[in-house]
Design a protein around this ligand. Structure first.
Ligand code: TXA
Ligand code: MG
Length: 328
């Protein structure tokens, strides 16, 4: 586990402009000094991430928000009070000193106080904002264990703090507070309902006038193998159609007796447990030697919104069919 010396060493690496991967309650972050442009550039290089994708700045507590923003709307106080430290990122109008690499050339900045003891210790020891995207290659599955970070980024990271497995397992909820009406830009463990309740407000649509979120690209959070989402009634049918291709299935039920799949991985029944284990499960299936992943669609219920969002982005789009060839 992580000692006080490890934290001191990590803070020093950050001060010297290096990269430190650290655990948060959602996923592991790839951290750099948010006020050091050359350190920030290393994040983009390590991830292979396009330069116009903004970074979340992690801070130790609400008192640091003012260092990064032009104004602190009342909604930010309400949400911080209720959900920080926690898996919620607020997008606010950026302050004058925020580096363009942080804001991705937009007029906003994303801020979050993570609820993980190691992340908070690191933030306090470092004493400033830590910019941190998820510690994976661009477009890939986020890491939920230190081992995933090492496999994925290797020597591009100067130091990895191993805080064990992440408790939430999917990335933070992102809420846009730059417009009059707040909106959810990325669903997460904290639901739209909870955000709306805390603000006593109706949330707006995530329209084109909203800040861009790279995690909302249609293809993201993806394993290497093609991933298909199917209705549980259709699993066996779909697998049979793949004729001879080794298929790995991720499902919330046990393997049917007559199943033809090469590998059947049982996922947890409840949404929180499912989310916590999702990326590790997909990583395992990716390395299973199978040629394709089939995931049984979770129910279309509010408590599954965040998981369904990630599975949708991880899945391979259907080839476009022309109306003439479309059947049924
Ligand atoms: O849970 C999390 O949020 C994790 C942990 C490490 O905190 N971080 C994370 O970072 O998921 P990343 O970079 O993988 O995803 C952050 C998303 C990106 O899609 C980015 O475009 C968006 O947040 N984002 C960051 N700042 C933004 C801003 N100013 N406006 C709009 N979107 C922003
Ligand atoms: Mg990411």
């Amino acid at each position: 586990m992580v000692s006080e010396q490890d934290i001191e060493k990590a803070a020093l690496v950050l001060r010297q402009g290096g990269l430190v991967a650290f655990p948060t309650e959602t996923v592991y972050g790839l951290g750099a000094d948010a006020s050091n442009p050359s350190a920030l550039k290393k994040i983009f290089a390590a991830k292979g991430r396009p330069a116009d994708h903004p970074l979340i700045v992690h801070i130790a507590d609400m008192s640091e928000v003012k260092n990064w923003v032009a104004e602190v709307p009342r909604a930010a106080w309400l949400l911080a009070e209720k959900f920080w430290p926690g898996p919620l990122t607020m997008v606010l109008k950026r302050g004058p000193h925020v580096n363009d690499l942080i804001s991705g050339g937009q007029n906003s900045v994303g801020l979050r106080v993570p609820a993980h003891p190691v992340a908070l210790q690191l933030l306090r020891a470092f004493g400033g904002g830590i910019a941190a995207p998820s510690a994976n290659k661009f477009g890939r599955l986020s890491p939920t264990a230190a081992e995933h970070v090492r496999q994925e980024l290797g020597s591009a990271v100067d130091l990895v703090l191993d805080g064990g497995d992440c408790g939430v397992g999917i990335e933070s909820t992102i809420v846009d507070l730059t417009r009059e009406t707040p909106a959810i830009l990325r669903p997460g463990h904290i639901s739209a309902q909870q955000v709306g309740d805390a603000l006593l407000a109706q949330l707006g649509e995530n329209g084109l006038d909203r800040p861009r979120v790279s995690g909302s690209l249609a293809s993201h959070y993806a394993p290497r193998l093609p991933l298909k989402l199917v209705h549980p009634d259709q699993t066996e049918n779909y697998v049979r159609q793949q004729a001879g291709i080794a298929v790995a299935v991720l499902a919330r039920r046990g393997r049917p007796r007559d199943s033809k799949t090469a590998l059947w991985q049982v996922a947890p029944e409840l949404p929180e447990d499912y989310a916590r284990q999702l990326y590790a499960a997909l990583r395992r299936l990716d390395e299973s030697g199978c040629r394709m992943i089939v995931v049984e669609e979770p129910p279309q219920l509010p408590e599954w919104v965040a998981v369904r969002d990630r599975l949708g982005r991880a899945s391979t789009p259907e080839p476009v069919q022309s109306p003439a060839t479309k059947v049924g």
